[in-house]
Design a protein around this ligand. Sequence first.
Ligand SMILES: Cc1cc2nc3c(=O)[nH]c(=O)nc-3n(C[C@H](O)[C@H](O)[C@H](O)COP(=O)(O)O)c2cc1C
Length: 156
Amino acid sequence: MRQAYPTNGGGEPDFYRITYISSAKGDIGKAELDAILDVSRRLNARDAVGGLLLYHDGHFFQCFEGPREAAEDTFARIRRDPRHAGLIVLASHPVEQRRFRRWSMAFFPIDQLTSRQRQDFVDFTQVEAHFSEAAKAGDPTATLIESFVGSFRGLE
Ligand SMILES: Cc1cc2nc3c(=O)[nH]c(=O)nc-3n(C[C@H](O)[C@H](O)[C@H](O)COP(=O)(O)O)c2cc1C
């Protein structure tokens, strides 16, 4: 098995975090989700990538991070995946610190979300254009994403 990606020389990897939403193609049931999570957890653990995946009603929300090259390679594979389409990047930026130390890919079923988390999730998936534009412009959406992702406990 391949080693995790190299660091930037200073000992600390050059960390990168990517957040996107997408629409499922076809039916995504428990078996499909389990298959996605299985491969994600195996490859992410190998590549020192960690993150959070949500799925509800045909929409995915995913936030993940890792050494930059690993994060970008992971995202390139995800983008090609025929199980979803209409992928929109909400945020993509370097980070100083890992947020997902404990999870190669955490998953929360919708019924385990608080009503606030559920509402935020729906907002992210419904006002796609607004969010991606705002993400490019910078801060307000980044803050929104950070606080949304930060509201999931036990990932750090
Ligand atoms: C919504 C979604 C999220 C995914 N998340 C990851 C992930 O975090 N890490 C990963 O390695 N693969 C993830 N995958 C699976 C990849 O798309 C891909 O199938 C897998 O990495 C194997 O790559 P390969 O098909 O090029 O062999 C995800 C797929 C979907 C549909």
